[in-house]
Design a protein around this ligand. Structure first.
Ligand SMILES: [Zn+2]
Ligand SMILES: [Zn+2]
Length: 154
């Protein structure tokens, strides 16, 4: 409930009513809205808020790591308040962006040159979501169960 408050404090931000409003909008529906969409939603609850303020709040929160900016080619930046380490899956057909759990810890799984340190990662996968993929080929469970056939305990 008061998650945003502690998250703000952790991010070293002053909890202004506008920031709270913008953050609440992002937490409310994790559908990666654009700044304009955040503005429209914020305005419903706080009619005095301006688009410039919303931009400002978003920029500040991205800067402090409270919110992720998601860049998808040729589209306006979208915003994500999911604080879990995650990547994004962009469906090129319907444009939907889903949060994808990322099991590797930062930088692991990439062949980094010696001395390089990952402080943040921003991974966007592209492809087709379940709704847009070919429905006739859904019987492919290749990665459903990866365990070795059967443990021969006897
Ligand atoms: Zn799709
Ligand atoms: Zn996300």
């Amino acid at each position: 409930m008061r998650k945003y408050a502690s998250a703000m404090v952790q991010g070293g931000l002053r909890l202004t009513p506008q920031r709270r409003q913008v953050y609440e909008v992002l937490m409310d529906k994790m559908d990666h809205p654009t700044a304009t969409e955040v503005f429209i939603r914020s305005q419903k609850r706080m009619p005095s808020i301006s688009l410039a303020t919303v931009y400002n709040c978003l920029e500040t929160m991205v800067g402090s790591g409270l919110v992720k900016a998601v860049h998808v080619d040729r589209e306006p930046t979208r915003f994500c308040a999911n604080l879990q380490e995650h990547g994004h899956f962009h469906c090129t057909e319907c444009g939907h962006i889903s949060d994808i759990e990322f099991s590797e810890t930062r930088g692991k799984g990439w062949k980094l040159p010696p001395g390089f340190l990952v402080t943040q990662h921003d991974v966007t996968l592209r492809g087709l979501c379940a709704n847009c993929g070919t429905p006739s080929k859904t019987s492919n469970h290749s990665n459903a169960n990866h365990s070795n056939a059967k443990p021969s305990t006897k």
